[in-house]
Write a protein that binds this ligand. Structure first.
Ligand code: ATP
Ligand code: CA
Ligand code: CA
Length: 433
């Protein structure tokens, strides 16, 4: 079925969570923003500010509908990232997220159990992350920051904030705010999540035909004979930036990330743009929602169970809350920007209609726009991935499975991306024999 991000209205299972997240962001971010800017110090990278919300309120926190605690991590670092590196307008950022308490929930598109929420204008994504990912991001923040600073045109996920909500029962939900690679004002006609791994990296083609918005994988790309149509100039620029970004990920000992590729065909335009009515931005890949993620599970399921035990929100069946949704939709109509606004203009790979336009061998523009970025960059090669490496390596070519050590992962990732650019020879060489 075609999946639509569900607007979260009152009564939705995750309404309280959304309310708490947005209230926390609104208060915490505006408090930091109200202060005079100063140079960053070492302590800023490990700082955390605690807020305690309740229905009465105090001078630090206004009264809220619910009792909860909120932590804002490294607020000065993220402020600097947002303003100086990512060129976000501070007021815009807060308005997009919190002017009205409207998010739409994509549910949990990956296998990890993380939840994804879009800001009402679809510019921002809130992703719930595991405690381990949260700790990891804090531990690498300094190097992430340095990299972003030194690489204004990076393709890595842009992190705008790191926070935690703690509910009265003690559940802790960690989340990041990041860029939505796909623009609200353009149809994405095809999308791919590419790793350079070819074992199990196929989205069933017959399902893809039923659901044209599904996010496809490496083998679909290869079997469809696709290539990234970029002329020599853009090819060189993209390859070099990917190389630098992958180099960092290698040093951070990270793997399992992918290049997300959205393809907009300008001749097709936006005529299938149903978004203005249904607020559909893209369909997630396979939605892995095991009815009850219990016993029979493979590694992934067990990880998902661990995630929910660690306080991730419930895995919710995609129930449509018709009445609440109808009202919210009315509120949302007309708020999606017609044009891409502001920040993307600053970045080499996001400046053509919010993405990068295809070019021919003479570097002349073609009728395709790509939306590219390296996502899911918070998985270090730890115990679980080593086990997966051994396990999957028993039944498949160990060099082609997804969980391989970081250096190998980065090299394969880069080689694959080079191969799928025009003239690179194609990705078929990466297929399992
Ligand atoms: P897993 O660990 O199982 O791969 P995950 O829960 O960590 O899953 P991601 O891999 O980060 O999730 O993302 C899952 C999907 O969500 C991606 O394939 C993509 O379709 C979409 N997505 C993730 N990040 C973004 C982004 N920044 N912009 C647009 N779409 C995104
Ligand atoms: Ca992923
Ligand atoms: Ca992940």
């Amino acid at each position: 079925p075609v999946l639509v991000g569900n607007l979260i209205g009152e009564g939705h299972v995750n309404y309280v969570l959304m309310y708490n997240m947005l209230t926390g962001i609104r208060i915490a971010v505006s408090r930091t923003q109200a202060k005079i800017k100063r140079p960053l110090t070492d302590e800023d990278f490990t700082a955390r500010h605690k807020y305690s919300f309740d229905i009465i309120g105090n001078e630090l926190t206004p009264s809220a509908k619910y009792d909860f605690k909120f932590k804002d991590y490294a607020p000065w670092v993220f402020r600097e990232l947002r303003e100086d590196c990512f060129h976000l307008d501070p007021a815009d950022y807060l308005l997009s997220l919190t002017a009205q308490y409207i998010l739409s929930e994509l549910g949990s598109p990956g296998k990890s159990g993380s939840f994804f929420y879009f800001s009402r204008d679809y510019r921002f994504i809130i992703k719930t992350i595991r405690h381990s990912e949260h700790k990891f991001l804090r531990s690498i923040l300094k190097r992430y920051y340095a990299h972003i600073h030194a690489n204004p045109h990076t393709l890595l996920s842009r992190f705008y904030g790191l926070h935690r909500v703690k509910l009265p029962r003690g559940n802790k939900i960690h989340f990041v705010i990041m860029n939505n690679l796909f623009p609200a004002h353009k149809d994405i006609h095809e999308s791919y999540d590419l790793k350079g791994s070819t074992v199990g990296r196929l989205y069933p083609e017959e399902r893809a035909r039923e659901n044209p918005r599904a996010v496809l994988k490496d083998l679909n790309w290869i079997d469809r004979g696709k290539e990234l149509e970029l002329g020599p100039e853009k090819r060189a620029l993209l390859t070099e930036q990917l190389r630098r970004d992958a180099e960092l990920l290698k040093k951070l000992h990270v793997m399992d990330y992918s290049l997300l590729v959205g393809i907009h065909n300008m001749r097709r335009g936006n005529r299938d743009n149903v978004r203005r009515n249904t607020l559909r931005v893209f369909s997630p890949p396979d939605v892995h929602v095991p009815p009850q993620p219990h016993a029979q599970g493979n590694l992934h399921r067990r990880r998902a169970t661990a995630a929910s035990a660690a306080g991730q929100p419930h895995v919710v069946r995609r129930a449509v809350h018709l009445n609440a949704n109808a009202n919210l939709k009315r509120v949302c109509e007309g708020i999606l920007p017609e044009e891409d606004t502001g920040d993307r203009q600053h970045f080499l790979f996001y400046q053509d209609e919010g993405g990068i336009r295809a070019t021919d061998e003479q570097n002349q523009p073609l009728d395709t726009v790509y939306y590219l970025g390296v996502i899911d960059i918070l998985t270090p090669y730890g115990v679980m991935k080593r086990v997966e490496n051994l396990w999957k390596g028993m039944s498949a070519d160990r060099r082609k499975i997804s969980p391989v050590p970081p250096a190998e992962y980065a090299d394969r990732f880069l080689a694959f991306m080079r191969a799928i650019m025009r003239g690179g020879g194609g990705g078929a060489q990466f297929k399992a024999a």
